[in-house]
Ligand binder design. Structure first.
Ligand SMILES: NC(=O)c1ccc[n+]([C@@H]2O[C@H](COP(=O)([O-])OP(=O)(O)OC[C@H]3O[C@@H](n4cnc5c(N)ncnc54)[C@H](OP(=O)(O)O)[C@@H]3O)[C@@H](O)[C@H]2O)c1
Length: 249
């Protein structure tokens, strides 16, 4: 990528149909990027996001895939090449959360958690590393739990933690092509992903711990990721924590 702007770039957003990923798809398109909107189950949301991008004068295509299967990760990137001629930016917002004590966690739950949070994260970075143009940007979504000493989230935080090592290795391995690779690790974020694991008391506790007394807002995280893939591209190999729920607006 010759310049630090979204204009003319092609972005693949893993989980780009709704919540944080949906906002990123629309934000990148508003900035002039053409966007591949990956989705898993939420076809209606993907079509709605693509429609919103097009109505705003942008370009986007939807593509379904289970990203725990490397062949499907590859197919998502094929879509970018076939539709738009290449890829510059790859953001993986996919993930799955489970709050459960270690003693109650089954093998199946362990496999599902590590399948989407770690394995899919690895093959997304690998495929992005193969396909991205010189000067590309890769971002994976972690969690602020990566820096926490807490109970209940062993397979979620544990499943996300390999992303930090994959990212550091990739940052060095792709550096000769000036591809930046980072993890963005938000705090508890105000989306439907967060609430099912928590009691109302715990939600209030998380709010009380955040600056501004509110959960992290997707708008703030999307603005931070937009910075990271444009002017902030000098960051690489980092885990960055845009936390606190404090908003500048
Ligand atoms: N919300 C929070 O409190 C919070 C805090 C810190 C970090 N995060 C991280 O931020 C990211 C975005 O979260 P969000 O709040 O915006 O929730 P979200 O929209 O539910 O994001 C998770 C995405 O992962 C997709 N996904 C799950 N399994 C998949 C699979 N096997 N193959 C492909 N895609 C799959 C989901 O699709 P389906 O729903 O169709 O399966 C969904 O699009 C996640 O990685 C999450 O771990 C969230």
């Amino acid at each position: 990528m010759a310049e630090n702007t979204l204009r003319g770039k092609v972005a693949v957003i893993g989980g780009g149909e709704k919540n944080l990923g949906g906002l990123l798809s629309r934000t990148f398109a508003e900035g002039g990027a053409r966007v591949v909107v990956h989705y898993h189950h939420s076809r209606d949301e993907a079509e709605e996001t693509v429609r919103a991008v097009k109505e705003a004068g942008g370009e986007a295509v939807p593509i379904q895939g289970d990203l725990t299967r490397p062949a499907e990760v590859s197919r998502v990137f094929d879509t970018a090449v076939e539709s738009f001629g290449g890829v510059d930016i790859a953001v993986n917002t996919t993930g799955m959360v489970l709050r459960k004590p270690i003693l109650e966690t089954t093998e199946d739950e362990y496999d599902r958690m590590f399948g989407i949070n770690a394995k899919a994260g690895f093959f997304f970075i690998q495929e992005a590393g193969r396909r991205l143009n010189e000067g590309g940007r890769i971002v994976s979504l972690g969690t602020s739990l990566l820096a926490a000493f807490t109970d209940g989230y062993a397979t979620y935080a544990g499943g996300k933690s390999p992303l930090e090592h994959f990212t550091r290795a990739a940052a060095k391995e792709f550096a000769d092509r000036r591809i930046s690779v980072n993890v963005v690790a938000p705090g508890p974020m105000d989306t439907p992903f967060f609430y099912p694991q928590e009691t109302p008391e715990r939600v209030e506790f998380h709010r009380s711990q955040a600056m501004g007394g509110q959960l992290t807002q997707v708008d703030d995280v999307a603005r931070f990721i937009t910075y990271l893939v444009t002017d902030g591209a000098w960051f690489t190999g980092q885990t960055l924590f845009p936390n606190g729920g404090y908003t500048t607006r």
